[in-house]
Design a protein around this ligand. Structure first.
Ligand SMILES: [Zn+2]
Length: 407
């Protein structure tokens, strides 16, 4: 079992690989925490939180693309001194697998050529970035569709409320409801479309647990083989790309830095000798500033993770101290003011749904002057535009909208 570093072995240990795998989720948790804190002061930030998965995937796409452009590994691998190498199939790759290891630093003298020949190519870099960013994103989206009970209940509640909605207010961004008076042919096609969708949803619901379990079994099998020194990688996606993660030797790190520096210098020189004086003056400075920002972005992100984890721990422990004393039960919430007859929206029967968008409240916020709860982005818009609670029409300013945190 590989739990500690063997002298001269380039195979990463179990702990290095686990730390590498955990880094990006920790980074996301820290960024989301900081954005939530910022959203308290700047409600516009909640728009980013509404599309949290997409925003984080875009950020990671940029970060990982830069990481693969300047090194042979992802952000997390680079921080732990690891890099990717052609693990199978490539020139000399099978021999390395047969030896049970990939590369040993002792091979440096005669192996520099072999190391260079097994550096990952442009296609493998591109595929690595796409897999690193796309796979977690796709998994998150599929997980959000499951369990089915939650979404179907929401749909049912929304449809039921829509039926008795006086204003015919439609769910924002949701699937559009069937038109009120369709012709017979369009109603038939709508019914067949709905049955196809229902069939696809049922197939997904029955197949997804098996796909999920199958994937987890493959991951477990790869880890087990890696720990028993039978496999070259712990990750099935790396195995599919015929790559493996290895520890970078000091000479490789130096060579990589020299390579990046020379590539950057040649780019700066090209701009300096441009015929346009504007490019000659602005180009090199802008390029150097860009390189500086990219080089320090990784360090900045890591500092953000550590800083916000520290804040979370600090405020978490303070919160614990507040809630430890449970000798008195919490007081009941004040009664909500009754809806106004000319309310701007119809109150749904399910109190968990937002009266404005008629979906389950995301980032719930209460209007202090009325006691009604909505999604934060929905109600902030309303209060800004009309200066009133949409249900009770009680006067409310933006400062009267207060976010609620349940966890
Ligand atoms: Zn809402």
């Amino acid at each position: 079992m590989q739990f500690q570093v063997d002298a001269g072995d380039s195979r990463p240990t179990f702990f290095e690989l686990v730390a590498t795998d955990r880094l990006v989720p920790s980074l996301r948790a820290a960024l989301v925490y900081s954005l939530r804190t910022l959203a308290e002061r700047r409600p516009g930030v909640t728009r980013i939180l509404d599309h949290e998965a997409e925003a984080f995937a875009l950020l990671m796409l940029l970060v990982e693309a830069h990481s693969f452009a300047t090194s042979d590994g992802s952000l997390a691998e680079g921080l732990y001194g690891l890099q990717r190498r052609g693990g199978r199939g490539g020139r000399g790759g099978r021999a390395a697998v047969a030896r049970g290891g990939l590369l040993r630093s002792g091979d440096d003298d005669g192996g520099n050529g072999a190391r260079r020949s097994r550096r990952i190519g442009g296609k493998q870099r591109l595929l690595s970035v796409l897999v690193l960013v796309g796979l977690p994103y796709a998994r998150e989206k599929l997980d959000a569709l499951y369990p089915p009970g939650r979404s179907s209940r929401d749909e049912g509640a929304r449809d039921g409320d829509d039926d008795d909605a006086r204003g015919g207010r439609r769910a924002r961004g949701g699937s559009s409801p069937t038109p009120a008076a369709p012709s017979s042919s369009s109603s038939a096609s709508a019914v067949s479309g709905a049955s196809v969708r229902a069939g696809a949803a049922a197939a997904f619901v029955s197949a997804y647990p098996w796909i999920h379990a199958g994937w987890e079994a493959v991951v477990f099998w790869c880890w087990l083989r890696y720990l028993l020194k039978d496999g070259t990688t712990h990750d099935p996606s790396l195995a599919t790309l015929r790559l493996a993660v290895v520890r970078a030797s000091p000479s490789e790190v130096t060579a990589r830095r020299a390579r990046v520096e020379s590539a950057r210098a040649s780019r700066v020189n090209r701009l300096s000798s441009s015929p346009s004086w504007m490019t000659r003056v602005v180009g090199p400075t802008a390029l150097r500033a860009g390189h500086f920002a990219l080089d320090h972005a990784q360090g900045g992100l890591m500092a953000a993770v550590v800083g916000f984890k520290l804040l979370e721990w600090w405020y978490g422990s303070a919160e614990d101290a507040v809630f430890r004393d449970r000798s008195h039960p919490p007081p009941p919430p004040p009664p909500r003011t009754a809806p106004h007859p000319r309310a701007r929206c119809v109150v749904p029967r399910d109190p968990a749904l937002c009266p404005l968008c008629r979906r389950r409240c995301s980032q719930p916020a209460v209007v202090r002057t009325s006691g009604w709860v909505f999604c934060h982005p929905c109600v902030v818009d309303e209060v800004r535009r009309f200066g009133r609670c949409p249900v009770t029409l009680a006067a409310a300013a933006e400062g009267d909208v207060v976010r609620l945190f349940s966890e």
